[in-house]
Design a protein around this ligand. Structure first.
Ligand SMILES: [Zn+2]
Ligand SMILES: [Zn+2]
Length: 279
């Protein structure tokens, strides 16, 4: 089948999204999407401003089913979670996540631990990321990057998810602190060996277009698209929309870049099955 408009990485007011499921659905139908999935930030073992709490999980699932009854004849709707890899004890492989009736799970790394063991958010705007690294890593951005990759690799080892969320998202912030860091051999080697691990496990990756409109970058960066293609990694394009009008943001540009890199297919969910759709 030919590629259609799809998006499996969206957030609503169940976590830090700025709208209801219904709003995303209406925009998606209006733009001609065939398939849409929700991926709230899964609960962490402590409260945050951006994750859903366990006490809202039943309501999250119930609301999804209400939406599917209302809109399911106009668009395929799916329910997932974006689950954090925090450490050995909290990650997408937890039975509590595995037991949820979800269509898919996205595994992402947002959090690091500083040398004192304090949990720090690394998924920040560039200026705040810089302050975080200065405060918690003595300004050593290489240490933050190494730990980000150690955690990302540990996430692969534990498993429990289907799609690698915004791989190498740290690249923009790391480059802001240390221009040219992506061209440094140690950095490139970390990224490539992570992608090789992903390929070995047969996991899907997303090209995350959330920042494309403002920053002009994808996660992972487009420079790696042909490498991912050579590794045979299956890709889906997601916008990580927190607002309904971002449902399609950066998507077309990502598809072009993937085509230029040799991709002829992207992954779409249809009738509950991941399907290769022709670009
Ligand atoms: Zn994320
Ligand atoms: Zn997200």
């Amino acid at each position: 089948m030919k590629a259609t408009l799809t998006n499996y990485h969206t957030h609503t007011s169940y976590c830090d999204g700025r709208c209801q499921m219904r709003d995303h659905i209406r925009f998606a139908i209006d733009r001609g999407f065939t398939s849409l999935g929700f991926s709230s930030h899964a609960p962490l073992p402590f409260p945050t401003a951006w994750t859903m709490e366990w006490d809202r999980m039943d309501e999250y699932l119930a609301e999804f089913h209400r939406m599917r009854r209302t809109y399911g004849h106009r668009i395929e709707l799916y329910i997932g979670l974006e689950i954090d890899y925090l450490d050995e004890c909290h990650n997408p492989a937890l039975p509590r996540f595995a037991n949820l009736p979800l269509d898919y799970r996205i595994g992402s790394v947002h959090l690091l631990r500083d040398p004192e063991g304090r949990i720090v958010d690394a998924d920040l705007p560039a200026d705040k990321f810089k302050r975080m690294v200065e405060e918690h890593f003595d300004g050593d951005v290489r240490e933050a990057v190494r730990q980000y990759y150690a955690r990302s690799t540990a996430m692969l080892r534990h498993g429990g998810f289907d799609i690698v969320g915004h791989a190498d998202k740290i690249h923009y912030n790391a480059s802001y602190m240390r221009p040219g860091i992506m061209d440094e051999p140690w950095y490139d080697a970390l990224v490539r060996s992570y992608f090789e691990d992903i390929a070995r496990q047969g996991l899907q990756m997303e090209v995350n277009t959330k920042a494309y409109q403002e920053l002009g970058v994808f996660y992972p960066d487009a420079r790696y698209f042909s490498f991912l293609h050579d590794l045979g990694i299956r890709i889906q394009v997601n916008t990580d929309a927190h607002y309904p009008d971002r449902i399609d943001s950066g998507r077309e540009a990502a598809l072009h870049a993937l085509r230029r890199a040799g991709y002829r297919h992207v992954m779409e969910l249809h009738d509950g099955e991941w399907t290769e759709a022709e670009l």
